[in-house]
Design a protein around this ligand. Sequence first.
Ligand code: UDP
Length: 461
Amino acid sequence: MGMENKPNKPHVLVFPFPGQGHINPMLQFAKRLLSKGVKAALVSTLYLANSSFSDSSISFSFDHHTISDGFDQGGFNQAANAETYLSTFCSVGSRSLAALIMKLGETGHPVDALVYDSLMPWALDVAKQFGVPSGAFFTQSCAVNSVYYHVWKGHLQLPLPRTRVHLPALPPLQVSELPSFVALHGLYRAWLDVLVNQFSNIDEADWVFFNHFYELETEVMDWMSKLWNVMTIGPTVPSAYLDKRLQNNKDYGMNIFDPNASACLSWLSGKPKGSVVYVSFGSIASLGTEQMAEIGWALKQRKGYFLWVVRETEKPKLPDNYIKETSNKGLVVTWCPQLEVLSHESIGCFLTHCGFNSVLEALSLGVPMLAMPQWTDQATNAKYIEDVWRVGIRARCDNKGIVKRETIEHGIKELLKEVGEKGKEIRKNLIKWKNLANKAVDAGGNSDKNIDKFIAELLSN
Ligand code: UDP
């Protein structure tokens, strides 16, 4: 690459949206850049830096800069609502990011490129003021991004008629399989605006990064590559689980909640191979009491074991005495080291909300998924899990929107190969995807080559 001959390593700021599902992939991308000789630096909000990064063990020597989102004491939860948070973040964040870029320039550390989370197109506008080349980083799937792109372009007029939609390079999608911000138009106005606005200035971005690998969404990638300088650089699962080329890269290095690591791992260590159902709905999704009860029943009724992540704020929704009554077969924790859990041989399947990171992690680690999407992009991911990648099955809801205990129980049985043939086929497919994911990030793989290409383009600027 000739990096050795360059007097200064390119200085790249990596700026994720302050949420677990955004920080994880972008931090991991920054580590890949660092491992290839780039001076990658992380930009996070003051609140996150003070609350989550302070005592975590980021095993990489990042420069870490902070900016303000306007809510330095409490972040998103300090804001009255999503609208207020997002618009304040845009105005305060723009000024704060501009001040940072200026300060770095003045102190002899000029920024050579900005990689910003696509949810914050205003970061691109800031970088342009300083002539800094920029790349948008998308943390959702290309299918999902493409749906939002068509809304932005006016090809998909909202509200949608109650039918299927046909979009270029995507399978026909039922309205219920579209991102909820689109399907349930009007319910999540502020978030829909953010996702649609990802494309407001995208034509000015020098690079467009996607957190997956080419084979996962070949058709839509080919389609998108006609529009922008697109690069798949993932999956951004830590290297220890894939190519193993990066030293000490076993986790993302930042947790918004405290993971009960030793409790989870010692509990798992005694369990038979493939016997545990892992259940998690990620960092944001919130279930109703009735739905919690159905999951609770399904897990309690089964003979096998379960590990269920129930965040502190969700705990009051558990049935009375549930933890006590199931302690012989289940462990309920408020957060866990998900990668270590998914890669543990005792895990048999994953009941998941289908957050894109969780999906990529399960797919890369070979864990069959029982898909129970809740909102945002998850229904589209669930469709792909079942029908396109064929690495899991959907647990469908009844006409009141509840996934019943029998449905969950049956899904688990299928994935654990206790009934039917689906479990077998899914496991076969998972071996294929796991290998492809590994190949993509390993030396000379698609994603690896794209990262090299990005660095080469940086050096030639
Ligand atoms: N995660 C974790 N411990 C948990 C649950 C989730 O470390 O108990 C991690 C998970 O590995 C993933 C991220 O949190 O990287 C969640 O991102 P995802 O896109 O799956 O869902 P979101 O939280 O954004 O809805």
